[in-house]
Design a protein around this ligand. Sequence first.
Ligand code: ZN
Length: 389
Amino acid sequence: MQFRARRYDTGELLAVTVIQQQIAGLQSAELRDTDPSGGQPWFAPGFVDLQINGFGGVEFNDERLNTDQVEQVSRACDAMGVTGYCPTVTTHSFEAMARSLGVIARACRENPAVARRVVAIHLEGPYLSFEDGPRGAHPPEFCRPPDWDEFCRFQDAAEGRIRLLTMAPEFPGSSAFIERVVEAGVIVAIGHTKADTQQIRDAVDAGATLSTHLGNGAHAMIRRHPNYIWDQLAEDRLAATLIADGHHLPAPVVKTFVRAKSPQRCILVSDLVGLGGKPPGVYSTKAGNIEVLEDGRLVVAGQRQYLYGAGRSLPYGVANVMRYADVDLKTAVDMASMRPMRALGLEPGRLQVGSVADLVCFDLPTDVNGPLKIRATVQSGELVYGSLS
Ligand SMILES: [Zn+2]
């Protein structure tokens, strides 16, 4: 396979050769008379989304989840330019969560198409604040203090694939728990929390390295300072995931967060849920009634403050963070490709000969609020979406 595109980081036009699963050649190319007006698309390492709860009518938390549905969500990522993602299992009973983890693990084991796309499993909960606001849409009756034995049973059910745990660190015993989880090779993220300054510091001292969707999963009204948003913003040992979909955080907040944390500590996530893309209306889910609004926002039914996950994928986030935080293309794309892999402690994809060809090819947005336009996605050297002609 060969195609011509501009490197996202240098702008250089290259002829890219892919043989089997690898990048086999990156040669400088000249713009041709036959090239379409507007030149060539951009290309970059494929996006990696640390937080996908489901998509296209499939929820990973569904009690009836099956391996075909895991493949369905995995393949839906192709159209988003996402070559790797973390299926995210959220708060519920042990049995329900363990079942979902087991189905995802089995899909990875039995289906190479799933295995190539699933980077790791993200466990978001159940050790989260049960208070309205911080808990977001996590059912309060299932939010609970951390439990090492239970976590080990989750990891067994997941066949060892949990690599990211989001938890609230204000429960007694959190520090010791975090130390054990980190020792076991799992990244600990702070989220859905009402922790105070000391509790956040203790969590970071114990090994937490990430904040999950900073600024969301929070009270609608909080004390001006101190509060858990400032505390996490100011903590340089924490990177932060941000949902820059245009719904979850106002533009000035995204800008402020990116400036305060630095782009190097910011990671874009979608937080996609199964209801994304559905027509407006109220839907009954395991997490209660969820309403899809006219503008595509998903909220807990009966109010407008608390969002329930997202319906927009990473191409929106990348385009929005460029607009909102005034960062260049390279900086924005890195937040969606290299930085999520680094946050998991994994080797990111690279544009160099010999690297695995997980690539996204795209154009810049054509309308002022629009997403990157994905032209093609190459997954392990295979064209899985769009065309490269
Ligand atoms: Zn969340």
